[in-house]
Design a protein around this ligand. Structure first.
Ligand code: NAI
Ligand code: PHE
Length: 357
């Protein structure tokens, strides 16, 4: 156990479990249940150490609290991390089935204080499997009565964020802008598609050769993954993994704005200050990538239809404009401004509860 992290983390609960048979290590962290049950996806990846897995789950759960608050959703923040013994593609079906069964047990023991959903390396089929043993699951397949993949809606929210950022930063609309999309997966692929249809010029990279072949066919410029942080562009869109921008990267990134889907893009509290000093507009990720949460919670908790989900997701552009306005008024980073907005909503919920008593 990473005791430094346990002593400084401001969340509510950490649950861990190790399975010697598969070598999987499970972490479920509930950051806040202030606005409702904690919710956040299950991420299944390899980590350098168990301490890293615990820390990642904590950072991701905290981001979910902010995402729910800023999106006015009646849920708290949580996250599950499954630290795998090998890369996901090397894990056989029997082992994976056991891992999911154990994880469903973990979730069920939390008795509805935590709802999971898809995240990196888990999809709707995996949510169906979890649902065999627990009902606290979002994003099952539509055949099983769930909302299905959240990726398309997440991409729509990122697209609205690209437009809002370009408008605020005197870049006009997306037509003719150069957008660098890092990661052409379920979300990044759709972001690239929407931006391209809006007239942007796309530079893309991915570790997966198949996805690059698809991008080349569409006429996008393909670069190596090691070129992502040094290729000039108007907007850098990280849609692969988090922690891509630390203070060193922030000091050199050749772009005018950062707008992406990845959770926790900034790995370092000082990076947002450096971006601001360099005139690079950063769109806080827990605002831009909330389309997935709006889809899952909207459809499965609030009973929204598709049109309502789309309308609320398109509203992410307005939320972002509000964040940029707060940052300007308060002369702070956009990250700090988004935190102010989320905390305002968390504070409103707190005071509503105390006046109800
Ligand atoms: P995905 O797994 O479908 O796509 C990720 C893509 O990134 C893959 O194509 C992969 O090959 C590529 N990749 C991995 N390492 C890379 C590297 N170093 N450089 C370039 N490409 C690399 O995942 P998905 O669903 O598209 O999610 C992308 C990001 O957005 C993740 O960080 C996820 O946490 C975040 N996110 C996703 C949501 C969703 O609804 N799917 C919601 C909110 C956030
Ligand atoms: N994992 C996605 C996210 O980070 C989607 C998700 C949202 C999963 C809410 C569960 C609950 O937003």
């Amino acid at each position: 156990m990473n005791f430094d992290d346990a002593l400084t983390w401001d969340g509510e609960l950490t649950v861990t479990r190790y399975d010697p048979q598969t070598g999987a290590f499970f972490v479920v962290r509930l950051h806040s249940t202030q606005l409702g049950p904690a919710a956040g996806g299950t991420r299944a990846v390899q980590y350098a150490s168990l301490a890293d897995a615990i820390e990642d789950a904590g950072n991701l759960a905290a981001a979910m609290t902010l995402k729910m608050a800023v999106s006015d959703l009646p849920m708290g923040g949580g996250k599950s991390v499954i630290a795998l013994p090998a890369p996901r593609h090397e894990i056989d079906d029997t082992t994976w089935a056991r891992i999911l069964t154990l994880h469903a047990e973990n979730i069920d023991k939390l008795e509805g204080n935590y709802f999971t959903g898809p995240d990196v390396n888990t999809n709707s089929a995996d949510m169906d499997a979890l649902n065999d043993a627990t009902s606290f699951v979002f994003g099952r397949s539509t055949e099983r009565g769930g909302a299905g993949s959240s990726a398309h809606n997440t991409a729509l929210g990122v697209f609205e964020s690209l437009k809002a950022t370009a408008a605020h930063h005197q870049m006009g609309n997306l037509y003719g802008l150069t957008i660098l999309v890092q990661g052409l997966g379920a979300v990044g692929g759709v972001v690239a598609d929407l931006a391209s249809k809006a007239g942007a010029r796309l530079i893309v990279c991915d570790t997966d050769a198949q996805r690059l072949a698809w991008a080349e066919e569409l006429g996008h410029t393909v670069i190596g993954v090691d070129q992502a942080l040094c290729t000039p562009c108007d907007i850098f869109a990280p849609c692969a993994m988090g922690s891509v921008i630390d203070r060193r990267v922030a000091a050199e990134l050749p772009t005018r704005a950062v707008v992406g889907a990845a959770n926790n893009i900034l790995s370092d509290g000082h990076a947002s200050t450096i971006l601001r000093e360099r005139g690079i507009l950063y769109a806080p990720d827990f605002v831009t990538n909330a389309g997935g949460a709006l889809h899952l919670v909207g459809r499965e908790v609030l009973g929204w239809d598709k049109d309502t989900v789309e309308q609320r997701t398109r509203g992410i552009g307005d939320t972002l404009a509000e964040v940029y306005a707060i940052a300007q008024t308060n002369a702070t980073t956009t990250d700090q401004a988004a935190l102010t907005l989320a905390n305002r909503r968390l504070g409103d919920a707190r005071s509503n509860r105390s006046t109800d008593r």
